[in-house]
Each structure stands twice: as structure tokens, then as C-alpha cells.
Design a protein. Structure first.
Length: 202
């Protein structure tokens, strides 16, 4: 049987979707109510490259508790460079590698309940870059998937959506920008979580 011949997995019925969405909303509300919720985002040179920027802020006010940049040791992919200012490598040249801040980063994250939009990516990136072992992060992107309600008949799960798309669905303003930054994405993720949590009070 070829891939195209595989049977399609039907979308869950309305009652199942409603329950999954209720569970997702409860997760967002739990995050919003937790004073230790910390939102993290990173920027990297490539999908498996060093982090060169990390931002971490309290969910309740998105105030950064960590806002660091460092010169990476891994090569940049063309795509990663396209998403940054033309002189980004010059901006970072000579800055201490983020590994020099490893223990400060680990202590802050270990003292909080860490959330990230793409949790597996950011968690693995920080462990690899800083050469430390971190506790698991909770994934905002996966938790949001039932709320976006885009079903994959091929795989049998709710598709994930980009951070900018999730923000647009929830009415969170997204700056018109071509450059990516950890601090901006950390703030947008925080605003997204709070916007979803407010749904329960409507």
C-alpha cells in the first residue's frame, strides 16, 4: 500500500473536539495562574546549531529575567541569516558564548515552571549550547493545536500552527517584521497564553 492509498483517519466528532479544547483551555488557565510560569525563547544559527540569543520572562508581565546574546561557535545556515539583520554576525562578534552563562541560565530555569512555544526545540537547543541538563519544558504549540482545530487525516492528530498564526487566531497583535528575535517571540508567547486563558472568563 502506498502512502496515498493509506486510509484517512477521520476527524474527531464534535463532542471529542469540545472535550479536547476544554482540556487545552484548562492547561492555559493553569499556566496563567502559576506565579512560577516562565516563558523562554531562543534564536539559533541553524536547526541543530548553537543558540546565540535567549530571552526568558515571567508569564504574568513578560518582563525579561534573562536577555542574553553570545557569539555562536556553529556555522550559520543561509535561512537563519535571512531572518536576521545583515550585520548580525558583526553584532555578536566577541561576545562571550552563551555557555559562559550556563549556570545562571540553569538556576533560573530550574526555579520556574518553564513554557516555550516549541518546547522540544528550545529545551534541546539550550542543553546542547550550554552543555547542561535541564528539566522538561511544557509546549505551548502542542497545547494550542486542538484550539486551532486543523486535523491531519494522514497522521491522526491536530496540526500545530506557527506562533504568528496562533496569535492572529487569538487576536494578539503581531508586529509586521521580517527579523526574528527571542525577546519579541517570548513576549508574543506570553500574550498568547494569557489571551487563551481569558477565554474561560468570557
Amino acid at each position: 500500500m502506498t502512502q496515498s492509498e493509506k486510509p484517512k483517519i477521520p476527524r474527531p466528532d464534535a463532542d471529542t473536539l469540545a472535550q479536547q479544547q476544554a482540556d487545552a483551555l484548562a492547561t492555559f488557565q493553569r499556566w496563567a495562574a502559576d506565579p512560577l510560569s516562565l516563558v523562554v525563547d531562543t534564536e539559533t544559527t541553524d536547526l541543530t546549531g548553537d543558540a546565540w540569543e535567549i530571552a526568558a520572562g515571567r508569564l504574568r508581565d513578560a518582563q525579561p529575567l534573562l536577555d542574553l546574546r553570545g557569539e555562536p561557535q556553529t556555522p550559520w545556515s543561509p535561512r537563519a541569516l535571512e531572518l536576521q539583520a545583515p550585520d548580525i554576525q558583526d553584532q555578536l562578534r566577541g561576545l562571550p558564548h552563551l555557555r559562559t552563562h550556563a549556570q545562571d541560565i540553569r538556576r533560573l530555569l530550574d526555579a520556574h515552571h518553564v513554557l516555550a512555544y516549541n518546547a522540544e526545540f528550545d529545551h534541546d537547543t539550550l542543553e546542547r549550547t550550554c552543555q547542561v541538563t535541564l528539566r522538561g519544558f511544557e509546549c505551548v504549540m502542542l497545547a494550542y493545536a486542538p484550539l486551532a482545530a486543523r486535523w491531519s487525516e494522514r497522521h491522526g492528530y491536530w496540526k500545530t500552527v506557527k506562533l504568528s498564526e496562533a496569535c492572529e487566531l487569538e487576536g494578539v497583535p503581531v508586529e509586521r517584521r521580517t527579523l526574528h528575535g527571542a525577546r519579541v517571540d517570548m513576549r508574543l508567547t506570553s500574550e498568547l497564553i494569557l489571551a487563551v486563558a481569558r477565554r474561560l472568563r468570557l
